[in-house]
Design a protein around this ligand. Sequence first.
Ligand SMILES: Cc1ncc(COP(=O)(O)O)c(C=O)c1O
Length: 365
Amino acid sequence: MSQDLPVTRTTLPPFDEYVERLRGIWERGHITNHGPLVLELEARLREKLGVRHLFFVSNGTLALQIALRALELNGEIITTPFSYVATTSSLVWERCTPVFADIERDSLTISPERVAQAITPRTTAVLATHVYGNPCRVDALAALCRERGLKLVYDAAHAFGVSVDGRPIAGFGDISTFSFHATKLFHTVEGGAVATNDDALAHRISYLRNFGHNGQEAFFGLGINGKNCELHAAMGLCLLPRIDALIAERRALHAEYDRRLLANTQLLRKPGPTPGAALNFAYYPVLFRDEVSLLRARTQLNAAGISPRRYFFPPLSQLPYVSRGDSAVAEEISPRVLCLPLFSGLSVDDIARVSDTLLLSLGAA
Ligand SMILES: Cc1ncc(COP(=O)(O)O)c(C=O)c1O
């Protein structure tokens, strides 16, 4: 009997290695509040992600909320209809109004031209997502935001370790945010980060995530509890040295899926990467010709014990608390996208099983 295959499986370090990290925490008795492991992880992440300031926070959603607060954003924020719900919900939670600008058909990232068309006198910023780790057209967005006096925030939750023409992803925009959730390529079980190269913004972020504290008895201003803790940092420190190997493994798994699936280009297509990007191969999304074939494939995959995920579905323009805006391409593509199982330890045989079942459902095996 073959094993069930989920869309993803959390990467865990060797148990003893994690326990060794825990032993140190027990010995020191310093569990949270900017302990040595949190500080070490932040320093290593700054180096790995090539960014001047990085703050380890409780999750990727709070990272977005802190970014919006740090930039004191309000009014209309132009954003993508094709991302995880947290990209839009964090805007609404912070009492900003999301205005959708549609995505590009290849990379599935927000179109800078559509952003330009969506700008009004109430627009204060752009919040864009590097979808599946495919970078947005960062230079076009930077030029547009500079010219129109808008702030630029990137949701880089999928883009750990990605770069564009050798420039690390974390350095683009005023602020980039990351999710280190257990489903992500690099994770700390729960966690996230706010990254910036701007010193003044970094100061604001540092106190925003720590109740606004300026020492024990004074306050810089309003803040929230966005800290993370030693136990989560320990997981990150165990995984970080493995990240290049994990990316290399996923690159090979991608190539195997490509080899088995993409000859059938009439029925199935993979979203294209942005030119110049060095990717992290975190997800394997495929685009079906129509939703009916996607649903048929999913039924047959599920029957074979394989659980792909519709990600992202529905498009964010269909959330019950937003206006639809400019989202026709996202609404047309979202019902046709399925992410196939991809995680460390997935075998070539597993990929054969997923691919054969999928192609059979399309009548193409
Ligand atoms: C694109 C995107 N943004 C934001 C988030 C939110 O991150 P978290 O789950 O760490 O709050 C996620 C992941 O869950 C995501 O995929």
